[in-house]
Design a protein around this ligand. Structure first.
Ligand code: ASP
Length: 439
């Protein structure tokens, strides 16, 4: 059994958290490869070390003094080292980093040091080998990941070590220039390592007990999702549920390694298992509910639209020409509606409307703003009768007017459009119907 364990910033924000992490790793011998993030927030108003590094580097880049900010960063690490009672110093590294800042080694180099330094402490604390991600995570010159080369380098290097710490978030191009993933990218490193060592499981340790059925800011104490498929996760993540970096699923998904989201502060909980497919029936027919506010419906009417070949293409052309992507496109016989993001559309609306008029000559175009989209996602819907019936009766009882309905052919989700102001009530009504009433 071989596990790769990734710990997020809040799991490594202080010596106290490091101790919890050490206990978790030592509790299971198969936790052999460890991917740490940089120290995150210790309390809600605290700063993440990655943010401090960005700020500090911007000062250095503009030729301003950055000693004070740099001192803050050093303090964070020194506090951890002291708290862990390690006989260890990062002074040499601090000096090198400072010099590199002065010689403007790049923003990505700066940001990557958060993980680099934390990885060194972690390796020392666990007595694991430290493997610098710069030598094993390879990027192309254009900043995109060289997945093939990375897999080869990681597999080669890690086959020589029974146990190792590989810092997350960064790698390097062939000439050694440090390149980072986008924010939250340590999740991707973990996934790449899991693939390369052919792990049985990729554990992603964070500060929540897994994916929740609904957003806790909307629904009080939502239930945890025990098992979710990659496709369901993608639907929910797209609609705003975020725990894991989106790109982290691709490397492991292909090779069938499950991801287990776990809580460092509640290690006895099972968390959420993310799998390619499962025969486990979800507990509540639906797996999760997620949504986003801030959409506009562009309603277009034209007599005999149904028989005019190419009408839809011309309308979509108008959006494409302005670089606007559309979310949904429900249609009637002589009507079609395009859902777009309000903030993206607002600045270009007049151009888009003029283009639709010129290209497609509709009878009318009407806009309806301040709409929200809610996705009700679940692999269980396919085999259950009456899901849509229950969903809409829940909304009707809550006096919510449904503006749009879209069920994908996969039957994995039903998307509904409601007014922004009905967003919270709608999600709660759905949650009550499918979860609370089943408890
Ligand atoms: N430390 C980086 C960030 O704050 C990467 C990560 O934590 O995954 O985005």
């Amino acid at each position: 059994m071989k596990k790769v364990v990734k710990f997020g910033g809040s799991s490594l924000a202080s010596a106290e958290q490091f101790i919890k992490v050490g206990d978790i790793i030592r509790a299971d011998k198969s936790r052999r490869y460890v991917v740490p993030s940089a120290p995150g927030k210790r309390y809600s108003s605290d700063a993440k070390v990655t943010d401090l590094l960005y700020q500090c580097y911007h000062l250095a880049e503009n030729g301003q003094a950055f000693n004070k900010q740099f001192g803050q960063i050093k303090d964070r690490y020194n506090e951890i080292i002291r708290g862990l009672k390690l006989n260890y110093s990062l002074e040499e590294d601090f000096e090198t980093i400072k010099k590199q800042f002065i010689s403007k080694a790049g923003e990505m180099y700066a940001a990557s040091r958060g993980e680099y330094l934390n990885g060194k402490i972690m390796a020392k604390y666990l007595d694991y080998e430290f493997v610098d991600a710069a030598n094993v995570i390879r990027f192309h010159k254009d900043g995109t990941l060289d997945a093939e080369k990375t897999n080869k380098l990681l597999a080669e290097r890690l086959s020589a070590h029974e146990r190792a710490v590989i810092p997350g978030f960064y790698g390097a191009s062939a000439n050694g220039t440090i390149i980072t993933f986008s924010r939250g990218g340590s999740d991707i490193t973990g996934s790449l390592v899991a693939k390369a060592v052919n792990a049985n499981l990729y554990e992603n340790w964070t500060d929540v007990s897994g994916f929740l059925v609904a957003d806790p800011r909307v629904v009080k104490n939502p239930e945890i999702i025990h098992t979710i498929t990659y496709s369901e996760l993608r639907e929910l993540a797209y609609m705003g549920a975020s725990v894991l970096h989106e790109d982290a699923i691709f490397p492991v998904r292909k090779v069938g390694i499950p991801i287990n989201i776990r809580n460092t502060n509640a290690p006895d909980e099972d968390g959420t298992m993310i799998v390619e497919s499962t025969c486990r029936i979800p507990a509540y027919t639906i797996t999760g509910i997620a949504g986003k506010k801030g959409f506009v419906a562009v309603n277009i009417e034209k007599d005999m639209m149904n028989s005019e070949i190419g009408f839809g293409r011309k309308v979509l052309q108008a959006f494409e020409d302005s670089g606007i992507s559309f979310e949904h496109m429900p249609s009637g016989i002589d009507t079609m509606t395009i859902f777009v993001h309000q903030d993206e559309f607002a600045e270009k609306e007049q151009t888009v409307i003029a283009d639709i008029n010129n290209l497609a000559h509709p009878d009318s175009i009407e806009l309806e703003s301040d709409l929200a989209l809610i996705a009700v996602v679940g692999r269980g819907m396919k085999s259950t009768r009456g899901t849509a019936g229950r969903l809409f009766s829940a909304l009707a009882h809550a006096h919510i007017n449904v503006k749009m309905i879209d069920q994908g052919s996969s039957e994995l989700n039903i998307i509904i459009g409601v007014k922004n102001e009905d967003f919270n009530d709608a999600i709660n009504a759905i949650y009550d119907m499918f979860v609370i009433s089943q408890l």
